[in-house]
Design a protein around this ligand. Structure first.
Ligand code: GLU
Length: 380
């Protein structure tokens, strides 16, 4: 599936714009001219009929400068506190910038755990939809103050991708301090070449990205490529462009060559399938035999106990798990109807034998088709 880049302007109605720390901060703290320029361009897009959701980094970097400490602290509580200081200034600065256009803004701080929980995921979507309907610009950041690995997005590239999926955005625009993806780090290699368009994210592309770390934010190019992998697998295009370039958003929408464009890989996935595929952290792995793999991937079937070869991890009924071939190839994600110890007992059995084994049989399927998504197919 190919999208004509020139057609973006006509087709995009809702977009997520992510701006990185390197764009938003400078020696003195927050980079006010850049924030002014971006807010003006975002305002123009909104006036033109677009819906914009902003994902803004920069809390930690701004906090470091505000507190006049030398660098990001290593200790987690200190980092969380620095980020809390910086977030206040960050949202205030955005608010001031948009006030020039009488545009109201709203702050949303999220954790990955919020997206894992279906109810909170839907609540976040309702809040965002309400803000957009009111003409208020949502400005999202990770809630750094409660960060521990289990509930972290890890970086705002990932957060922005999850928001694009959550809100069924038409495009994800990732603004950084480099013009796009290069085959080498352009900050250290003069002859580095910009890649204008990527149809498939190959290991070679990942290798290029791996050589281009971020300076201030946590992401670097590799986390942007991972984000692109997620959204393009769900049918959403992404652009990496330089947020410090004059009129960068206008350039993207006027169709002039800007940044690196990632082609979507499929038709759009429905939002619930996106949630199953990309927003949940699997709590275990179910290995299935070849017959079950065929039935699921080619036959559109549910996962039954008879096709299960092994279970790893401890999880409860309702939890997200991955299912994989016995050679380890992950095929997809789903929500289980049985906990891990019950699945261990019923693996290999026919559905009619479940009641005898467990004393009851609430479900025939271990993962019902409605609660299952094939990621190997969409990601390949
Ligand atoms: N949430 C972090 C901050 O605002 C940024 C994370 C990132 O840049 O990826 O400082």
């Amino acid at each position: 599936m190919m999208i004509d880049k020139q057609a973006i302007r006509e087709n995009v109605r809702r977009m997520v714009v992510k701006v990185g720390s390197n764009v938003l901060t400078c020696e003195q703290g927050l980079n006010l001219p850049v924030i002014d320029a971006l807010s003006r361009q975002i305002e123009q897009l909104i006036v033109g009929g677009q819906e914009v959701i902003l994902v803004s980094s920069g809390a930690l970097a701004a906090g470091v400068r505000k507190l006049a400490i030398e660098k990001r602290p290593e200790a987690i509580p200190a980092r969380q506190a620095v980020s809390a200081v910086g977030q206040a200034g960050l949202i205030l600065t955005w608010e001031k910038a948009f006030t020039r256009y009488e545009k109201k803004v709203a702050q949303m701080l999220l954790t990955a755990e919020d997206m894992t929980n279906r109810q909170r995921y839907l609540n976040a979507r309702n809040t965002l939809n309400t803000l957009l309907a009111w003409g208020v610009l949502p400005i999202i950041n990770e809630n750094d103050t409660v960060m521990v690995d289990e509930i972290r997005f890890g970086d705002n590239d990932n957060l922005a991708a999850v928001i694009a999926l959550l809100m069924d955005a038409d495009i994800l625009i990732n603004l950084t301090d480099i013009d796009g993806l290069y085959d080498r780090d352009p900050r250290t290699h003069e002859d580095a070449g910009l890649i204008p368009e990527i149809k498939t994210i190959t290991p070679e592309i990942e290798r290029y990205a791996g050589g281009i770390p971020g300076a201030l934010g946590t992401g670097g190019m590799l986390s942007k490529i991972k984000a692109a992998r997620k959204v393009t697998a769900a049918g959403i295009p992404m652009i990496i462009a330089n947020g410090k370039t004059d009129q960068v958003l206008e350039a993207i929408f006027s169709g002039s060559p800007t940044g690196t464009f990632f082609q979507p890989k499929t038709e759009r996935l429905p939002s619930r399938k996106c949630w199953l595929a990309f927003s949940l952290k699997p709590k275990g792995i179910i290995q299935i035999d070849d017959g079950a793999a065929r039935a699921i991937t080619a036959g559109g079937k549910s996962l039954l106990p008879s096709g299960i070869a092994a279970v790893s991890g401890q999880f409860s009924a309702g939890d997200p798990v991955q299912f994989a071939r016995q050679d380890g190839q992950v095929l997809g994600n789903g929500l289980v109807n049985y906990n891990s110890s019950d699945i261990n007992k019923i693996k290999g059995l026919r559905s009619s034998e479940i009641a005898d084994c467990l004393g009851e049989k609430p479900y025939d399927e271990v993962i019902h088709r409605d609660n299952l998504v094939l990621t190997a197919v969409t990601l390949s």
